[in-house]
Design a protein around this ligand. Structure first.
Ligand SMILES: Nc1ncnc2c1ncn2[C@@H]1O[C@H](COP(=O)(O)OP(=O)(O)OP(=O)(O)O)[C@@H](O)[C@H]1O
Ligand SMILES: [Mg+2]
Length: 209
């Protein structure tokens, strides 16, 4: 699990959107499983095994839980729709219990679970998670992160974007810190937790440096 941290406007969402083909890079290259993928369309990235759970969850409010999962399904990746759906319901039992209900009736935490579940419907090898903790109560964040860790243990690679740096250092193996659209520093989570530069990035002094 790799974590990308950085203050508001650092470019974290832009980076994830570029990886999944929603933004086009103006320069540079992107390799996925050794293959150059810069400029590919989002549906092509999904077929290659990239799942994206976007910032702000973005579930389809007027569709049911099950219909939201249908929108995430990617055919041809080895698993049938009903197999994947049942895996999502096993991870998040509340979604199974409420499956005919419209997503608009779910709490913020449940919508975040649904957004992660939708991304899992593509049977991803790499899952991008954009601030899954945003606006949620600590107990719900804890529940969601238990599942994220379980996914990582089951072999899914994860790129997690977080502003909650304590949480990032707890769960990540490796951390990259962005600021102003560029990489400031990176390293193993255990080392980065003690790095003074992290404090500089998140707690700038009054003169802005
Ligand atoms: N590498 C870059 N070069 C130039 N502009 C960038 C770059 N990355 C991001 N931006 C611009 O910076 C702005 C903020 O980026 P973005 O939304 O990705 O930040 P963020 O880190 O996700 O912030 P937040 O924590 O608020 O979600 C956007 O307008 C985006 O277009
Ligand atoms: Mg963002």
């Amino acid at each position: 699990m790799v974590c990308i941290i950085g203050p508001n406007g650092a470019g974290k969402t832009t980076l994830l959107r570029t990886l999944s083909g929603l933004n086009r890079p103006s320069a540079g290259s992107i390799l996925f499983k050794g293959q150059p993928v810069a400029g590919m369309k989002p549906y092509q990235m999904a077929r290659l095994g990239l799942g994206h759970c976007p910032e702000g969850r973005r579930v389809f409010q007027h569709l049911s839980i099950e219909e939201n999962l249908i929108t995430g399904y990617v055919a041809g990746r080895g698993k049938r729709f009903d197999e994947l759906r049942d895996e999502v319901f096993a991870l998040f039992p509340i979604l199974g219990e409420r499956r005919p209900q419209s997503a608009s009736r779910l709490s913020g935490g449940q919508q975040q679970m649904l957004a992660i579940g939708r991304a899992l419907m593509g049977s991803p090898e790499l899952l991008l998670l954009d601030e899954p903790s945003l606006g949620l109560a600590p107990i719900i964040i804890h529940q969601i992160f238990e599942i994220v860790l379980k996914l990582a243990e089951s072999g899914v690679s994860i790129i997690l974007v977080e502003q909650n740096i304590d949480l990032s250092f707890q769960v990540a193996d490796y951390v990259y810190a962005l600021e102003h659209g560029s990489l400031q520093c990176s390293g193993p989570a255990t080392k980065m937790a003690a790095d003074a530069r992290i404090k500089d990035i998140f707690l700038p002094t009054a003169d802005g440096h």
